[in-house]
Design a protein around this ligand. Sequence first.
Ligand code: G3P
Length: 217
Amino acid sequence: MKFFVDTADIGDIRELNTLGLLDGVTTNPSLILKSGRDILEVTKEICAEVDGPVSAEVAATDYDAMMKEAAVLAKIADNICIKLPLTLDGLRACKALTSDGHKTNVTLCFSANQALLAAKAGATYISPFIGRLDDTAINGMELIGEIRTIYDNYGFQTEILAASIRTVNHVKEAAMIGADVATVPPATLKALVKHPLTDKGLEAFLADWEKTGQSIT
Ligand code: G3P
């Protein structure tokens, strides 16, 4: 499973990249707002930091305007992935951009039929929003399973990018169901390493090591 980080905070991205944990980055208008940065400036910095795809989202809603914005975003760097909303215009733009050789990420997916349409439009990634479905008492993880089945039935190459991940269990379940990628907030990504028995075990090993009086040199 590939790990993307879901943030536009360059500090968090640099830290996780140094750990060797990052396969890519996803951003959206809300994350750009949270960063307080100019979209073109911060996206350029992120693209220079990370080798993998960096999703940058269009803000337009009609096809022509989306294509104009996509052209501006695509110029930022070679590893830009154009993020488009799951609307008819977004799907049309997806088809055109994919045919032009661009990477695309179709976002705001809440149903298996929407994911089917995105695959038919040639999307590189489909982003089903797990947490936001859970918020409405619908099991978001079931959607990941449905999309996996449909894509496997027909051999669609579109990668399932589990998004709106809120917990470490979301990451585990998405991995078990077969999502290709999880885009995870920085704190949740770092929390994956935590286990109280790891901390307790390490403490005991260090205490015993101290008692040996040895050093590894
Ligand atoms: O990038 C889209 C996404 O992951 C949104 O997450 O927590 O705002 O539902 P959230």
